[in-house]
Write a protein that binds this ligand. Structure first.
Ligand code: ADP
Ligand code: ADP
Ligand code: ZN
Length: 223
């Protein structure tokens, strides 16, 4: 890897639209989307010993312990498809994770290009999450009102079946938002101090937000 890599982070509360925007960014910029939530849900469904450990944290909307997430993330960004960069969606979520990532990237001589934080008020997040539906095959996310699939219950991209995540229930959402404000929101300050934070208003139309994100990325490439 070189310092001209496009190493991006999407930071934001659950439901901010990180996954939705990430899908569009990976198509346009040809870098892989790495969602620690997706990776860990795959481990849970595989029924592995690791999956069993992760399950209890995730279903309660608590964070998985840093050392477990870090192992998974560092292994993943070592894959060949990350050679020119990557988009992290849902990682880091604690200052300790951010520091460990920084150390790993220094070793690779491939620093972060930018951290795009997507801001959305809590009231909006809850209604987004309760009506979210996810593709069981490709993890694309839909919304019963704002981003309907062409055919009810079926993914537009891969024809996979859509399902509702168990942790997208009101009670667990409440805890996820609390955890976000306590443990993840401090990362806004952390990256602002490093002068690589780019905030975006996430309470707008999906296409408008995507345009703003593309403008930010294009400016990173040609400052
Ligand atoms: P959302 O996209 O709605 O924010 P995610 O799919 O990113 O949700 O995460 C689902 C769950 O997986 C979280 O509630 C948490 O339990 C776990 N998780 C995902 N990423 C991390 C991380 N970086 N650190 C700790 N736990 C994580
Ligand atoms: P995150 O990955 O940050 O948890 P998602 O991308 O899964 O969030 O989006 C959460 C829900 O909100 C999904 O149902 C998605 O279709 C919907 N959504 C995403 N962006 C917007 C937007 N700008 N306006 C309205 N709904 C949105
Ligand atoms: Zn799909």
């Amino acid at each position: 890897m070189t310092s001209s890599n496009l190493n991006l982070i999407f930071l934001g509360p659950p439901g901010a639209g990180k996954g939705t925007q990430a899908q569009r960014v990976v198509e346009k910029y040809s870098i892989p989307q790495i969602s620690t939530g997706d990776l860990m849900r795959a481990a849970v469904s595989s029924g592995s010993a690791l999956g069993e450990k992760l399950k209890n944290y995730m279903s309660a909307g608590a964070l998985v312990p840093d050392e477990l997430v870090l192992d998974i993330l560092l292994e993943r960004i070592g894959h060949e498809d990350c050679a020119n960069g990557f988009l992290l969606d849902g990682f880091p979520r604690t200052v300790a994770q951010a520091e460990a990532l920084e150390t790993a990237l220094v070793e690779r001589n491939s620093p972060l290009s930018g951290v795009i934080s997507i801001d959305v008020p809590d009231q909006v997040l809850t209604s987004r999450l309760t009506a979210r539906r996810i593709c069981s095959k490709c993890s694309a996310s839909y919304h019963l009102e704002f981003l309907k699939p062409q055919k009810d219950g079926i993914c537009d991209k891969c024809s996979g079946e859509l399902y509702q995540r168990k942790d997208d229930s009101e009670e667990v959402i409440k805890n996820r938002l609390k955890v976000y404000h306590e443990q993840t929101a401090p990362l806004v300050d952390f990256y602002q101090k490093k002068k690589i934070l780019y905030p975006v208003d996430g309470n707008k139309k999906i296409d408008m937000i995507f345009q703003e994100i593309c403008d930010i990325i294009d400016n990173l490439n040609s400052p």
